[in-house]
Design a protein around this ligand. Structure first.
Ligand code: AHG
Ligand code: MN
Ligand code: MN
Length: 337
């Protein structure tokens, strides 16, 4: 029987990782600790959402032209606050800010990272107790230390991410983050208020059984997507379970499930949204990085997400992401055969 098994907290784990890099400064550990702290604060609000006056619309639209919820604003303020007060982040960009925010103080000008985030993903699910989340992405700044960060720091291709991660506020709350060395998950232990290592070295199953897409948009998809969906449905008809379709409507929860169980998640272009709905910098890139490190793939339907050079901060992209074999089946899907 194993007793006294060491359970690493997020902090202990990131500091342990530093031991492998004698020249590391610990700034990434700091950044992840800050993000973990903001996540715990958001988690508390999410858990009492029906009690506190935190449900519903904030009465404004964001730069994306979408209705902002009170919890979107709360989460945005929490993540902005911890990163601004921390010592590792020189500036941020958020789905909820019109523009990037440069932290123009003596410490932040010396900081080595910038951070992009979707503070609350799955906003439409807030009021109905369905899992929602936060997505974040970390890059080295490209401008020299000592200066104030500029737009160029925030529109780097996803391949340059140093780390990316997400939090799911669900039946339990989990923080998953990836560096090039691997993907690890930390479940929040409410009794001690710490994220504790629960999912070590996550690998996305090579073949999956789940396809995730908003079927309501079926007739708005290009023919190739419709053909692929028909192929999935034909498999279900031929084989029965466990091949199946699942779509929560919070990509953070949908992709988390598919990362652990195996599957493909798609948000294709539609005739009314030719660039798709999801944001390249806040949603597609972080998940593409995480899923690739875990052994999966991510494309916009034609090219690798991580190779796209963004032209602007809030650019959108179609997204196809998940288990390697399912992604290959999708890639091989042709309408001209
Ligand atoms: P957000 O709440 O940050 O605006 O993101 C919502 C996104 C994503 O999480 C989800 O997969 C997708 O919107 C759902 O869109 P549809 O309702 O069009 O399927
Ligand atoms: Mn989102
Ligand atoms: Mn959001």
């Amino acid at each position: 029987m194993a007793i006294n098994r060491k359970v690493y907290t997020l902090d202990e784990f990131t500091i342990q990782q530093l031991r492998n890099f004698p020249h590391a400064t610990g700034e990434l550990s700091d950044l992840l600790r800050d993000i973990g702290l903001a996540a715990k604060r958001v988690n508390v609000e999410v858990n009492k959402a029906g009690l506190a006056d935190i449900l519903g619309e904030a009465g404004m639209m964001n730069v994306q032209g979408e209705e902002v919820k009170k919890l979107d604003l709360f989460a945005n303020n929490q993540f902005t606050g911890v990163l601004q007060h921390g010592i590792s982040c020189a500036g941020i960009a958020s789905e909820e800010w019109d523009d990037y925010v440069a932290f123009d103080d003596a410490v932040s000008r010396q900081s080595k990272y910038i951070c992009l985030f979707d503070p609350l993903d799955g906003s439409a699910n807030i009021d109905v107790n369905v899992s929602i989340g936060t997505i974040f992405s970390v890059y080295h700044r490209t401008t020299p230390k000592g200066s104030v960060v500029t737009l160029e720091d925030f529109i780097q291709p996803g391949i340059r991410q140093v780390a990316a991660g997400y939090i799911v506020y669900g039946s339990s709350t989990i923080l998953v983050y990836a560096t090039r060395r691997g993907v690890n998950g930390f479940t929040l232990d409410p009794s001690i208020g710490e994220f504790c290592l629960s999912h070590t070295d996550i690998k996305c199953p090579v073949q999956g059984k789940i396809y995730s897409v908003n079927h309501g948009n079926f007739f708005l998809f290009e023919e190739r997507v419709r053909t692929y969906i028909h192929q999935c449905q034909a498999k279900i008809a031929a084989e029965g379970g466990p091949y199946t379709q699942r779509y929560i409507g919070s990509m953070v929860s949908d992709v988390h499930r598919n990362l652990l169980k195996g599957g493909i998640f798609m948000y294709p272009a539609t005739t009314n949204k030719p660039q798709g709905k999801l944001r390249l910098q806040y949603e597609c890139n972080p998940f593409a990085f995480i899923v690739e490190v875990a052994g999966g793939m991510a494309t916009d339907g034609y090219k690798r997400i991580l190779d796209i050079v963004p032209a602007s901060l809030h650019q959108r992209s179609p997204l196809f992401i998940g288990s390697r074999q399912m992604m290959e089946e999708w890639e091989n899907c042709r309408t001209d055969l």
